[in-house]
Design a protein around this ligand. Sequence first.
Ligand code: ADP
Length: 276
Amino acid sequence: MITINNLNFGYQKKNKLFSDLNLSAKPGRIYGLLGKNGSGKTTLLKHVAGLLQPQSGEILLNGKIPQKRTTDVLASYYMIPEEFETPSLNVKTFVKINAPFYPDFNENQFYKYLDEFKINTKQKLSKMSYGQKKKVLISFGIATNTPLLIADEPTNGLDIPSKSTFRKITASSLDENKTIIISTHQVKDIEGIIDTLIVLDNGKIIFNRSLEEVSEKLCFKTVNNPEKNNVLYAERNLTGYDAILKNTEKEYTRINLELLFNSVIESNSKIINEFN
Ligand code: ADP
């Protein structure tokens, strides 16, 4: 369980990025943290991982402060960072050094994921491409089986088949005790696996809803006339308009996450008003 209470932070004192930001995340769910470049996703995740110190406010992971960096709190989460440096070690040695920090690390699971990602485990990490290194870190992170997994832009650098492998193994690793939070600016990469959508814009959480709530309130359809009643947002496609409508007839349509994201970040979003 992540609880963030009244987080205030700015890289420069006079220029605040977060002002009284509040957020909570429960186990058994996959949260998608979406936002344009520079919206504050990495900064927020670094606070959750205890890597940045709030100017005021608090962050609690199951009641414990990650900034204190005690061994029990460090063993309770794994962060797949967007930027990283990898040592000149082969995969086996990397595991030997890092796995002891995570009591539920499962080596078989780790090698199974590497196999799915088609990684040659004999190769040194320093000789791998960015995407290959990322696959090792994703596999390791998921195989730690920590109660919290934080993934910052995990699909950056992955080819299309690997993005789908990432979605598959992430979704399969979820259980009722685990919280997963994935940040991305590539909305399609997390389509179909997230339970809750959190949108960050200029350091503010402008949308935080479960996809169940979204499905209840909204319908996703192709329409010919975007001026029609009930159309809240529309984007032109080749044959008409991809549209978001009020769900007045209790229809349950497939959520178009990219369309939803675009509709939420436009100014004076009708979609946000719909939930208020
Ligand atoms: P995102 O992950 O959504 O792309 P970031 O959290 O990396 O966003 O950045 C949020 C804002 O903070 C941006 O305006 C960025 O330029 C700024 N920023 C990020 N890291 C630093 C830093 N180390 N020093 C100063 N400003 C930073």
